[in-house]
Write a protein that binds this ligand. Structure first.
Ligand SMILES: *[C@@H]1O[C@H](CO)[C@@H](O)[C@H](O)[C@H]1NC(C)=O
Length: 311
């Protein structure tokens, strides 16, 4: 009861991205374009994967889900960031702030599990090609998606249950463009030390664990290809470089923020632009422009549309 009375903060002030008015206009146009690209590009992939029966395979099932999830990832923060950029007072209510934290962690965890599933899919296809269809059964693919959501909810709520009980008695300036655990915990009128540990142990451990699991699977794939092709890695490297780029870009900010929580600089807020606006935009570019199946599928779709128009 005491704690409830202590909670006097009903809204947080987001300090947002700094800069001159010109910079902010520039950022607003850039992020609006990026966000539009994220929505259009990713939804296009989702529609393509659902509509084209040639793409009904484990890899595209996971890719479709990753694209859909990318739309959610950037929608957790980017629209609010854009609408806040030119505002003088950037506030977010206590409730919206907590909701945003939960969504970021649930969807972020789904993203991690999907990236792991996609790495496992490539590992199976390259290292165990004869068993590929048996191992990557539809049941396993659906299990990956469900596992992502279940671990996401458990992961987010387990940290949330600590934060919601913290006494917020006054300080309410968040030096970022969105709400997240480390910065919110900093504002609580209590010794945050043990909560810092909860975040590091939970989010930090999760992201480090997933990152090393992913790296390990890429090492396995590369070693297998290297042995088979007696030393010529170039082709596999080209194929995998896209996946590895996405993984490194998405995980660097997480490790920066959660493994060393209680940020003393504001670098991490700029780093997280990578996660919310750059990698979700990059995924469709990487996977469509480099992928023959997708390009052929686009041609097929185009022909079908053109045909429909004339008949
Ligand atoms: C994503 O996963 C769900 C549930 O497992 C599935 O029904 C859906 O078809 C998938 N989406 C795409 C675009 O592949």
């Amino acid at each position: 009861m005491d704690q409830l009375n202590d909670s006097m903060v009903s809204e947080f002030v987001l300090l947002g991205l700094s800069g001159s008015w010109k910079t902010k206009v520039f950022l607003m146009l850039t992020f609006s374009t990026l966000y539009l690209g994220i929505i259009v590009g990713n939804l296009f992939i989702v529609i393509l994967v659902i509509a084209d029966s040639h793409l009904h395979s484990p890899m595209y099932f996971l890719l479709g889900n990753l694209s859909l999830n990318d739309v959610w990832v950037s929608s957790t923060t980017v629209p609010k960031m854009i609408s806040d950029l030119l505002k003088e007072h950037r506030v977010i209510s206590f409730r919206s702030c907590m909701t945003q934290i939960c969504f970021i962690h649930i969807i972020g965890e789904v993203e991690m599990v999907l990236l792991i599933a996609m790495a496992f899919d490539r590992y199976t296809a390259i290292c165990k090609p004869l068993h590929y269809l048996r191992i990557m059964s539809p049941k396993l693919c659906i299990s990956f998606v469900i596992a992502g959501w279940v671990t996401g909810v458990v992961h987010a709520l387990s940290q949330f249950s600590f934060v919601i009980n913290l006494p917020f008695c006054g300080p309410n300036e968040v030096d970022s463009f969105y709400c997240d655990f480390p910065r919110i915990i900093q504002l609580a009128c209590t010794d945050g030390g043990k909560f810092e540990f909860v975040v590091a142990a939970n989010s930090g451990f999760m992201s480090m664990g997933a990152f090393f699991l992913l790296l390990l699977s890429y090492v396995f794939i590369l070693v297998t290809v290297w042995k088979r092709s007696s030393g010529d890695l170039s082709k596999a490297l080209v194929t995998l470089s896209a996946h590895i780029t996405v993984v490194v870009l998405s995980f660097t900010p997480c490790m920066f923020l959660y493994v060393w929580p209680f940020p003393t600089s504001s670098i991490d807020k700029y780093l997280f632009i990578l996660d919310f606006a750059i990698t979700p935009a990059l995924n469709p570019v990487i996977y469509t422009l480099r992928n023959k199946d997708i390009l052929v599928s686009i041609q097929r779709l185009y022909k079908r549309l053109a045909y429909d128009k004339f008949c």
